[in-house]
Design a protein around this ligand. Structure first.
Ligand SMILES: [Zn+2]
Length: 435
């Protein structure tokens, strides 16, 4: 396999990559990406040149760096916040481009790999360009979609992730029955519905071959309200095939009020017993989190860092035991949080006994692995092994698995951690039957 997280070259892009020269074919797709980005990477960023936390001692990554690196937590783990299309193997993108005869906008492969990743904090504009470069290569291609799903399972198994939930927008990988057709693709015959089936096939095969559990979450996009009703319908249609939840991603910084279409979509999810998470409070104000919880009835929050600015809301989140899907390295790269990790909101979360866990978000773009997260937490925030174990148990009990599978997962972790089995669940997510 191609280990993700290997540093593919020294240095970043020096802040020099803009929409330019040989990227003409991508201009339109980049414009669209600004509207329809799968993750909430649409953030107000500043160019900073500080060294990445955790990288100061050369231990940012635990896999693929070519040099053995001590892992801060080498036990079974659960990951709840990762974007399928933000976690593709770079090698696969290059292979698919070659097979489909798609010309890269760079002179060679290495330049392209540098182009689609960030080695340090970057600007909003540069971040947006990343999806626009590689999504046109994999979107609309059945084999590529099956492959990226399958390979993600292998990569996560190699990171000792025993259960993960991957999210994606089916519409952004389709090339028909979607308007506008994303990434300036020509109209084809791959619908959002079939995209979900293809991803399910890849995950199914991966689960069989690598022995870990995978479920998927379908993402609505804040700027693509028209797509949302179909997203919840797909959640309902494929709930017996591994689709366990609904997500809302997109630009909370400039448009954080949930529009009526999204509200109706989330109401339908509540009505049908579809689990719900929402990207909120990453760079947006605490109000976005309040709306996510009170209006969209989110059971988990993607990121949620800004809640510490609103003491009342923060206490409510703690009291309701709402799970916070934190992504440390992502928050550093996007500028959501300051580079001084001793003051990161996650430190507050830990000290206050909040229900949270660590995830990679978009490891392709961040050139990271789950070990990046744990190494940073250990080295920059002094997290202990016991705290890591507690965090993973929180992730397991806050997962969107049905109750029986959740108990199995909790017991699997407890056994690996040397804890007595204790299937008692202290969760507000226990009303969902196994399907
Ligand atoms: Zn995300």
């Amino acid at each position: 396999m191609q280990p993700r997280g290997g540093r593919r070259g020294a240095g970043g892009e020096g802040g020099g990559h803009r929409l330019c020269c040989c990227c003409c074919f991508l201009l339109e797709s980049m414009r669209l990406s600004a509207l329809a980005l799968t993750s909430s990477r649409l953030l107000s960023l500043g160019c900073r040149t500080v060294s990445p936390p955790g990288a100061r001692d050369g231990a940012r990554d635990g896999a693929g760096s070519g040099a053995p690196t001590a892992l801060s937590f080498d036990k079974p783990k659960v990951e709840l916040h990762i974007h399928l299309d933000g976690a593709i193997r770079p090698k696969t993108i290059l292979e698919v481009a070659k097979r489909r005869k798609i010309k890269l906008p760079t002179k060679n492969d290495n330049q392209f790999l540098k182009l689609i990743t960030c080695d340090g904090p970057t600007t909003l504009t540069e971040m947006l360009t990343k999806f626009g470069y590689f999504m046109p290569i994999v979107a609309g291609d059945r084999d590529a979609i099956r492959q990226i799903a399958y390979e993600l399972v292998e990569d996560k198994a190699n990171e000792k992730i025993v259960y993960f939930e991957a999210r994606y927008s089916p519409h952004l990988l389709a090339n028909c029955d979607v308007y506008p057709i994303p990434w300036k693709q020509s109209e084809g015959d791959l619908s959002p519905d079939e995209v979900v089936r293809l991803v399910n096939e890849g995950f199914e095969k991966g689960q069989r071959n690598f022995g870990i559990k995978v479920r998927s979450i379908l993402s609505c996009l804040r700027h693509m309200e028209a797509w949302s009703p179909e997203v919840v319908e797909l959640c309902k249609k494929y709930r017996k095939d591994g689709v366990v939840g609904l997500d809302l991603a997109g630009d909370e910084s400039i448009n954080y009020e949930p529009s009526r279409g999204h509200v109706q979509t989330y109401q339908e999810a509540v009505r049908c017993g579809i689990h719900r998470t929402v990207h909120a409070g990453e760079v947006g104000p605490p109000e976005v989190v309040r709306e996510a919880v009170e209006i969209l009835k989110a059971e988990r929050i993607g990121h949620g860092y800004s809640i510490i600015k609103d003491a009342k809301l923060y206490q409510e989140i703690l009291q309701k035991d709402i799970h916070l899907e934190a992504c440390l390295y992502s928050s550093y790269i996007t500028g959501a949080c300051k580079a001084d990790f001793s003051k990161h909101p996650v430190v507050r979360f830990m000290n206050d006994g909040a229900n949270f866990s660590l995830s990679t978000d978009d490891p392709l773009i961040f050139n990271s692995t789950i070990h990046t997260e744990y190494n940073m937490a250990a080295k920059d925030m002094n997290f202990t092994e016991m705290q890591f174990m507690r965090m993973n148990l929180n992730a397991a009990r806050s997962s969107f698995l049905c109750e029986n599978k959740k108990k199995e997962l909790l017991n699997q972790l407890r056994k690996a951690y040397g804890m007595p089995e204790e299937p008692k669940l202290d969760t507000n997510l226990n009303n969902y039957p196994c399907l």
